[in-house]
Every structure is written in C-alpha cells, then in structure tokens.
Ligand binder design. Structure first.
Ligand code: PAF
Length: 280
C-alpha cells in the first residue's frame, strides 16, 4: 500500500493508474477503522482494479458542540488494517490542503434528502459531508465509491448529489456490519462504557422489532414506529432522538411501509450519539 499525503500527489498517482488502463474504486472514511470499514474495502476490491481509501476527519461536517476534537484518530493502526485488507493507495490529506481558505465559500446543499432526521438533529452536517465527498470525487475520480448502509441518509444524499450533479461515479452501499449481539459497528462505539453499550444496543433491538412486526404483516408506519418507541422510551439513561419509517432514497416519512423502505433511528447515551437503521 502506498500512502499519499497531498492532493497534488494523489492526482499524480491517479493519472498513473489511469495510464495503465486500470479502474479505480474509492472508500472514503474518517479513520478509526473497524470491520465495517474493512468490508467496504472487500466490496471495493470486488468491483475495480485499484482501491483508494481516504482518511480525513472532515471538520466541515461537525457542529460546534460535536465531537470533532475528540473524534478517534488512530492513523498508524488504520494504515496497518487498510494495507492488510488490500487497499492500494491510502490518501490522508491535511486540513490545510483540503480547506486552504479555512472554510469553503461554495458548499453542496443536500436539499430535501438531508432535511429531516440526522439533518434536523445536526444542522449543516450533510452540507459538510457532500462538500468533502464532492472534493474527494474530483481529486480521485473513481469509477465506483463504496459507502456503508450504517449511514443510510448519508448514502442517500450522496446518491442524490451524484444523480443531480452528474458525477460519473457509481455508488455502492454495503450492508451494516454488526457485533454478535446486533450492535451496529461504529467508530463512536469506542466511546461507550459497558453500561452505555448495553443501553445503545436497545436502538438496534427496537429496529429489529419493527422489522419483525413488518414481517408479521404490519404495514402502518405509525404502528411500526410505536413498536420501536415503546422499547426506547422505557429505558432510563437513553434519550431517543428520532425513530421513523422512511423511503430509503428520498428520506421522506412514509405512511404505509413497503419492502425497501427503511426504519431509521438515533439515540443519545451519555455523551455519545448512536444511529442505526434497517431495511424492511
Ligand atoms: O462516513 C464517513 O466516514 C464520512 O461522513 C465521510 C463519507 C468519509 C465524509 O467525511
């Protein structure tokens, strides 16, 4: 694996890969890699000749009271894991290189896909995500980029950006990887004490209960949501933020749930926010 620290060098490397006629897949991350990220690499390897992974903790997508400063930064371990799993190029640009003007003047707005749920709880979060993803796409010019289902609204916003702004990039969404007990893997799980982890797990259980009720034939979103809310609300120490049945592309709430729609949820446990989702 070759490590690449600047935008100029990355462009040079990409030109070399293209000159050899090779296809490129791309896995954007903020590091603190876990098995969820590593399965994105597997998917990226499956669809292209060369795999680029980026690690960049993007300040633009964190709100003023969020965890940008304490976000886990584990570059040495990440590089070992990425290399072992088969990444060809690891791109780790600096903040100064990515945002020489400190904050960009032009940003990408997610529109209605990013308005509700995470978008409502974290104002401007998706603007930060789409702006950095657009920049990374322009630098790396991949054929395919791979995102995790764990951040389903992010994946929907990226797909909408690619469609509406004609980016020549295919978007793949890989299934969420879970711990044995069902907790969705996340870089933020490492903040959780054992007690908080137990509480956080209830979000996944509530979503699974919604999926089970759908499996038994319930189609009313309100009834499915009530099933999940009942589980979240009876737990002291857990603050539910949202739980809803939505269309997985538009992220608008649905009244009648169909196969392919999603249940999305977020909770706060102590200082940590957890999100998760399932597809019905
Ligand atoms: O999902 C993430 O890790 C980030 O939101 C992304 C896509 C790398 C953009 O910073």
């Amino acid at each position: 694996m070759k490590s690449v620290g600047t935008i100029d060098e990355m462009r040079h490397v990409i030109a070399g890969v293209r000159a050899k006629g090779k296809s490129i897949s791309f896995v954007p991350t903020m590091g603190a890699l876990h098995e969820g990220h590593l399965t994105l690499i597997d998917e990226a390897k499956r669809v292209a000749d060369s795999v680029v992974m980026s690690i960049f903790v993007n300040p633009l997508q964190f709100g003023p009271s969020e965890d940008f400063d304490r976000y886990p930064r584990t570059l040495d371990d990440d590089a070992k894991l990425a290399s072992k799993r088969g990444v060809d190029f690891l791109f780790t640009p600096t903040r100064e290189d990515m945002y020489p003007e400190h904050a960009p003047v032009v940003i990408v707005h997610p529109g209605s896909v990013g308005k509700e749920w995470e978008g409502a709880v974290r104002p401007r979060h998706f603007e930060g995500v789409l702006t950095v993803v657009a920049k990374l796409f322009h630098i790396i010019m991949p054929d395919v980029a791979v995102f995790g289902q764990k951040d389903l609204q992010q994946a929907a916003a990226v797909k909408a950006m690619v469609r509406d702004l004609n980016f020549p990039v295919g978007i793949l969404v890989a299934p969420t990887v879970r711990e044995d007990d069902g907790l969705a893997m996340s870089s933020r799980n490492r903040y959780l004490s054992p007690k908080d982890r137990e509480l956080g797990l209830i979000l996944s259980k509530a979503l699974f209960a919604m999926r089970d009720a759908f499996g038994r034939g319930e189609r009313r979103a309100s009834a499915l949501e009530a099933t999940g809310w009942r589980m979240l609300e009876r737990v002291a120490g857990l603050t539910p933020r949202y739980l809803a049945a939505v269309n997985a592309d538009t992220f608008q709430r649905v009244n009648n749930v169909r196969h392919g729609d999603a249940a999305v949820g977020a909770v706060r446990v102590g200082e940590t926010r957890l999100i998760d989702n399932i597809i019905f």
